[in-house]
Design a protein around this ligand. Sequence first.
Ligand code: NDP
Length: 333
Amino acid sequence: MTTTTREIHLASRPVGTPVAENFRTVTVELPDPGPGEVLVRNTVMSVDPYMRGRMNDVKSYVPPFQLDRPLDGGAVGEVVASGDDSLPVGTVVLHQAGWREHALLPGSAVRPVDATRVPASAYLGVLGMPGLTAYVGLTRIAPVKEGDTVFISGAAGAVGSIAGQVARHLGAAKVVGSAGSPEKVRWLTEELGFDAAFDYHDGPVAQQLKQHGPVDVYFDNVGGEHLEGAILHMADFGRVALCGAIAQYDAETPQPGPRNMMMIVSKRLTLRGFIVSDHADAAKEFFTQAGAWLADGQLAYRETFVDGLDQAVDAFLGLGAGRNTGKMLVRLG
Ligand code: NDP
């Protein structure tokens, strides 16, 4: 027996902002699982900003996607055929073979998850890589101390929306966020407990952040103008967690750094980049803590779903256009 299924391949490497033509949907036949293997029917897959970097043929912390091969990334699904006794049919699992409707994987490449208390999709967002990123950034990279003022860019996204709430739990006195629409700004202040938020389209970040500083900790998801504006309003000895620079991912040429680098010296700032996969040892602590906050209603999250593999590329492109509030996900099942 075989299973006929579909997957998305990288057809060509994007130059600048990716377009639909850079991707191709391919129908494939998967054999039944052999000993130690499982066949998973994916129910939800993740699209993430870091995938843009993997579409370029450059050396980085993760290898580039290969042309004419399926893309990959986080996904959850259900085991529908199994050659591994420890993963019976019906087991809900998390794995890295997203961008396809079914995945044939060694049992060692999947992790069972408990989808009885939270939906399986939570393991791609609040209880997954994005949530852990927020936690690591504010506990290990730019640790929040009691009474701090914390600024978060990309605050209504998967990482940022959790980071704001984690900052509060760690004792921040004031949490400020920036996001790309009035609806997102309202979500931050009215539902997530941010003390203040602004729409970065309403004026220069440096100008809008002025009334909220000085900032002790900045969690940078965006880079560019946001980073320069934050440096301007950092307190002496402030800490910056450099998590991402989504404003620059589609740039065709190297982008200039902040023009006020000397302030890093004069204010004695610490700016530190990080990659969440280096901090797998923080996962247990985070999942225990986040699970408790979720159970107590002290951690809110939102998911933006699109439906069907045919919409997956659009969902990915939607990240650059700000079409998600909270985690962007593609429902497959
Ligand atoms: P998001 O859920 O935040 O989605 C991306 C969001 O970025 C969009 O919704 C949009 O929101 C915003 N955005 C897009 N273009 C711009 C722009 N030009 N200027 C400002 N905002 C923009 O993604 P994630 O939460 O998954 O990721 C956030 C950041 O964290 C990314 O930079 C990502 O690469 C990084 N990251 C880093 C990790 C690490 O290990 N270092 C791990 C995971 C993520 P809006 O409407 O507000 O513009």
